[in-house]
Design a protein. Structure first.
Length: 409
């Protein structure tokens, strides 16, 4: 899950004047924060450390201060620290906040807005980008609570690098090892470089289900949560794109920096997409109802003695195909295929039928995919099929956004 950036051997120059606030959480991996600090300083990046009480059980303030060439902050209610650098100023004094290691406790506090020590208060008060390098036991990493916290933090725009798979200090094996310092360094450099690869580009993203009314009470819809589409809209915006998110009914908040247009029906979604043209990119993630009732009851349809009433259905407009064939066609049109069988075969057929450039196919019969936080996808294009391992939907979104940026370069 590590980001890829430029070489570690950057030297001083372009990064001079950049500042990182490094929060060192408690865990055996805290010793890696020392090497990470050395890499930052070698690149000419200033480091101001916050050492949690638990972190101080693994590394000393003296060693961290010596490598950072700056004071180590640790107490929220220290009169000296508050007089010299109050926690609000501390939270905003850097260009990037790096949390390494990001323990399960720190992630939980940040996800829920808790602020009972200097580290958590700083994370809540900062207006800068945050990069976390998780480190914990594999069971803790896989626990539903941690997965929920991860999804919330990603939705809030927090960046992640790792964790890696391997042997742990506790003797277990699996995902949970903190990424190595060079990988964290590269992720931080990518964040500091403020990759705006899609600056000046306009994108349309559809997300969530559509809802087709039968009468004023009942409707036809599906189980789509909108999580994948919202994550893609956010990832494109983070790369500098001007994003219009056309969303069916969901309970999700609009991603930062994204213009959201709320719709219910497929016809409303198509109209909103056409209104958002011209655009450079269209990513149709929404699970659009293929059919709708031919007529909608003006009043609630009452239960009768003759059994259920027949509902005549008509086909909804095909949003993906319409955008792909529009005179104002976006340069890159990407569709999604949510399938329950023969996933790649159906995706290849959909690619040919719709006239789009890529189909992102996923198997929604896998538990935890539709409505969940993880996804495994295959990118189907005229050039072949690229399969991605199962990962958080936020990570799928970032990889897809990076792939789109590369295609448009």
């Amino acid at each position: 899950m590590a980001y890829i950036g430029a070489s570690i051997h950057r030297g001083r120059g372009a990064l001079d004047g950049k500042r990182i606030l490094l929060i060192v959480g408690g865990g055996v991996a805290a010793y890696k924060a020392l090497e990470l600090t050395r890499l930052f300083r070698k690149a000419g990046v200033a480091v101001r450390p916050i050492l949690t009480r638990a972190g101080a059980q693994f590394v000393t303030p003296l060693s961290l201060s010596a490598l950072a060439e700056d004071k180590v902050y640790s107490e929220l209610f220290s009169l000296t620290d508050e007089a010299e650098m109050g926690h609000i100023e501390l939270s905003r004094s850097a260009d990037l906040v790096v949390v390494a290691p990001a323990t399960a406790d720190l992630m939980a506090k940040a996800a829920h807005g808790l602020a009972n020590d200097l580290a958590s208060t700083t994370l809540l008060a900062t207006d800068k980008r945050v990069l976390m390098a998780p480190a914990m036991n594999v069971r803790m990493w896989e626990h539903p609570a941690t997965r929920r916290n991860l999804a919330q933090l990603q939705a809030d725009g927090v960046l992640f690098v790792g964790p890696d798979e391997g042997a742990m200090a506790c003797g277990e094996y699996g995902f949970g090892r903190m990424a190595e310092p060079p990988a964290i360094f590269e992720a931080a450099m990518a964040a500091l470089d403020s990759n705006r690869a899609l600056a000046g580009k306009r994108a349309i993203v559809t997300a969530g289900p559509t809802a087709e009314p039968i009468d004023p009470v009942r409707l036809i819809t599906n189980r789509s949560s909108g999580k994948q589409g919202y994550a893609i809209a956010q990832a494109l915006a983070q790369l500098g794109a001007e994003v219009t998110l056309v969303s069916g009914p969901t309970a999700l908040p609009a991603p930062a920096g994204v213009r959201r247009v709320d719709v219910e029906t497929a016809r409303e979604m198509l109209a909103a997409c056409e209104q958002a043209l011209p655009a450079d990119i269209a990513v149709c993630v929404a699970a659009v109802a293929d059919w709708r009732p031919e007529s909608v009851g003006a009043q609630k349809i009452k239960k009768g003695e003759g059994g259920p009433p027949p509902i005549a259905m008509v086909e909804n407009p095909d949003i993906l195909a319409t955008l792909a064939r529009s005179p104002a066609r976006p340069r890159l049109v990407v569709g999604f295929a949510a399938e329950t069988n023969d996933v790649e075969a159906h995706a290849r057929a959909k690619l040919a039928k719709k006239g789009c450039d890529w189909i992102v196919a996923n198997d929604v019969s896998v538990e935890g995919t539709m409505g969940g936080d993880d996804n495994a996808v295959a990118i189907v294009s005229a050039g072949g099929i690229e399969r991605w391992e199962r990962m958080a939907k936020g990570e799928v979104a970032k990889r897809l956004a990076a792939r789109i940026a590369e295609e448009l370069k």
